[in-house]
Design a protein around this ligand. Structure first.
Ligand code: ATP
Length: 691
């Protein structure tokens, strides 16, 4: 049954498909003629084979759409199955979606008056849906459709949920659904549950999308978007950048983008905000947006051609992948079926990726993978099934282990100190249980560092390891990728570990030059800050110092453990008490220096590896004999520099030994003086008694 009692038949022969006017991950939308009425309609052809949703979900969408009766919500006239497609017949919205409109003519977004009208109409739709017990779950510019007379309608119930559902369907609301950039933090944190307020968050993001031409974080890979949404302060309209927008608009957006869902207004309340009170009727502010634009199907074709041209320009395999996924992503699509392994793999990469200073929102050079890489395929939603939720919750918990300000900092600054990188890496390992003890040995730290370095350098250069790319790979491809990744980093990293294990306690002394150079082992041992502060208590107690690239754990500090202070002698022995720790320190420093030298001498080969790790130059090891000449030259260079270091250390040892001897002499002299004084005192006392 159609609108106003009109009957639309379920016979495909009654419909004549015309141009393609839109596409999603699992659907293509056509302009069509309903022959019996000679009426233009839109038909959404959902490919049931490509659908992420099961048939029940699809039926539900069609059912929901057919029951909807609100001027701002697209309703279905009817739906039926044709081959492996579900056809949904609906009113044709001749100006297409706001997203398409921005892509074709308003790259920087719309002016405020148009935004106000569009948002107000959309909010009316949300208010209606929420009242009916529905959560839309995919509010975004791509789902706000416009008609030639300026009418605004919210579309796409592909992922909508019913708030009044019980049982299994209710539980399904604990799954991830939506499009990453528009998803509320509580939706991204499985287990927490969400309600219609999630739509209010997405509505706020949509407001920013309409204001800027793209959603916040839209140039980042989906995994990073998830992290940023959870960890960062909510996005908003900037006072400097967005001067052109009114205070009430900024305020309204800020009200929607509150992380605590309970503090977000309901649609009913929000619509009373002054921003909407002043909104113009859409016939005035929206209609003028399409003046002089070609018909919708030509625009859609133009957008498709533009995407295709972009792809053609990037012929290199990784660039091609990246561009595909980027264009996919920027269309505001949502075609990622999250996979836990992907999430984990990406989680480990995202942090390192943050270390890439060039990673800016404006930066086109860092692209991301994801989505189904086909021009005709847009959309779809992120769904994480319930099984993955526990693990994802665990992942979220891991995320939350990083204190937000820190995360904000590194994202904003775009650079982590080396030490933080290393720390993050060992912290993650610790949390993942891959290292059972928080106290990573120094060699493990170096190994981690070598890995972190390698990952980092790979990410800077290529697509395959970029987080999003993992999404677009099949399981076997992922396997291959990780295999290749392992193979590529392991020759060096493994060598580092192997070599490190060869040399007895080599790792300890190498940690120490930083400390020893301070020439004061009694100086307080403390963290150098950065991520350090966000570490949990356990690792805090174990990790006593981070300097430069090294972390020193308490395990490595056998040689520098604070000296056990001897019990203080009373009164006149205070000089003695003061001197003793100092002498012991000197003695220890000398021992340490000796150890360093011995270790260096014993372990020239591992030192090369570590130095390479230190410098981030993990040079490939020579394999063929043809390389031997240059390798020898290189290693003799390194040997030379190591020898120089050894000589320096030896000199310092000599100096310290001299100092020690001087101190010893002073100490002996003082002891003699002390004895003499106490002897004299005793004599004086005795003679006093005698007298
Ligand atoms: N009734 C309509 N009239 C005109 N254009 C439409 C209509 N319905 C959808 N479109 C166009 O088709 C595009 C895809 O439609 P739709 O969002 O329903 O597909 P989808 O596969 O569910 O996409 P997504 O998952 O990205 O939301 C829309 O962005 C819009 O541009």
């Amino acid at each position: 049954m159609g609108r106003m009692g009109k009957m639309y038949t379920v016979n495909p022969n009654d419909y004549k498909l015309l141009e393609e006017v839109g596409y999603g991950a699992s659907a293509v939308v056509y302009r069509a003629i309903y022959i019996p009425f000679n009426e233009v309609v839109a038909i959404k052809c959902l490919d049931l084979d490509r659908c992420n949703s099961n048939l029940d979900d699809i039926r539900r969408e069609a059912q929901t759409m057919s029951l909807i009766d609100h001027p701002n919500v697209i309703r279905a006239y009817c739906s039926f199955v044709v081959d492996q497609n579900l056809w949904v017949v609906m009113p044709f919205m001749a100006e297409g979606s706001c997203l398409h409109l921005m892509k074709i003519a308003y790259h920087e977004g719309f002016e405020e008056s148009a935004i106000g009208s569009i948002l107000k109409e959309t909010l009316k739709a949300l208010e209606y849906l929420h009242r009916q017990g529905h959560i839309h779950r995919d509010v975004k510019a791509g789902n706000i459709l416009l008609d030639t007379n300026g009418i605004v309608k919210l579309a796409d119930f592909g992922v909508s949920a019913c708030m009044f559902d019980t049982g299994d369907r209710q539980r399904s609301r604990n799954t991830f659904v939506g499009t990453p950039c528009w998803m509320a933090p509580e939706v991204l944190q499985p287990g927490s549950g969400y309600n219609s307020k999630a739509d209010i968050w997405s509505f706020g993001i949509t407001a920013l999308e309409l204001a800027h031409g793209h959603a916040p974080f839209s140039k980042y890979p989906p995994m990073k978007v998830l992290l940023m949404t959870i960890q960062n302060a909510p996005p908003g309209l900037d006072y400097d950048r967005d001067k052109k927008f009114s205070k009430s608009f900024k305020e309204m957006v800020a009200m929607c983008l509150v992380k605590d869902q309970t503090k977000r207004p309901t649609a009913e309340k929000l619509i009373k905000h002054s921003f909407f009170k002043n909104a113009k009727p859409p016939e005035l502010s929206v209609k003028k947006l399409f003046a002089d634009l070609p018909p919708l199907w030509n625009r859609v074709k133009a957008i498709q051609l533009k995407d295709a041209a972009q792809l053609a320009l990037k012929r290199m395999p990784s660039a091609e992948q990246e561009a595909l996924s980027q264009s996919e992503y920027q269309r505001g699509v949502s075609a990622w079926n999250f996979d836990l392994e992907d999430l984990k793999a990406q989680a480990s990469l995202v942090r390192d990726d943050d270390d890439i200073p060039e990673m800016r929102e404006e930066d086109e050079s860092i692209k991301f993978g994801g989505g189904k890489a086909a021009i005709g395929s847009q959309s779809s939603s992120v769904k994480i099934n319930s099984n993955s939720e526990m693990q994802l919750a665990e992942y979220s918990r891991q995320l939350s282990g990083c204190e937000l300000p820190q995360a904000d900092n590194f994202i904003k600054k775009g650079k982590l100190p080396e030490s933080d990188l290393l720390e993050t890496s060992s912290l993650e390992k610790e949390r993942n249980g891959s290292i059972s003890e928080a106290k990573a040995s120094t060699s493990e730290s170096l190994m981690a560092q070598a890995k972190a370095k390698t990952v980092k350098s790979r990410q800077t250069h290529s697509g395959p390891l970029m987080p999003g790319t993992v999404f677009s790979h099949s399981l076997s491809e992922r396997g291959r990728t990780s295999e290749r990744f392992e193979n590529e980093i392991h020759p060096t990293a493994e060598r580092v570990t192997r070599e490190l294990r060869k040399g007895p306690s080599f790792s300890g002394p190498l940690m120490l030059p930083n400390r020893a150079s301070a020439n004061s082992l009694s100086a307080p041992i403390k963290s150098s800050g950065g991520f350090r502060d966000s570490l949990d208590e356990k690792s805090k107690t174990n990790l006593v110092q981070i300097k430069g690239r090294f972390s020193v754990t308490s395990e490595n500090l056998d040689l520098v453990k604070p000296v056990n202070q001897p019990p203080k002698e009373v009164s006149h022995n205070s000089v003695h008490a003061l001197l003793l720790p100092h002498l012991q320190n000197l003695f220890q420093q000398t021992s340490i220096q000796q150890d360093i030298i011995i270790s260096l001498l014993n372990s020239l080969q591992p030192a090369e590896a570590i130095e390479a790790a230190q410098n981030g130059k993990l040079l490939p090891l020579p394999h063929g004999s043809e390389n031997n000449g240059s390798v020898e030259a290189a290693s003799s260079e390194r040997e030379k520099s190591l020898l120089i270091k050894i000589i320096e250390l030896q000199n310092r040892m000599v100096n310290l030994t001299d100092e020690l001897n001087v101190e010893k002499l002073k100490y002996e002299r003082l002891q003699q003086q002390l004895k003499a004084i106490s002897g004299r005192e005793e004599n004086g006392e005795r003679s006093g008694v005698d007298a």
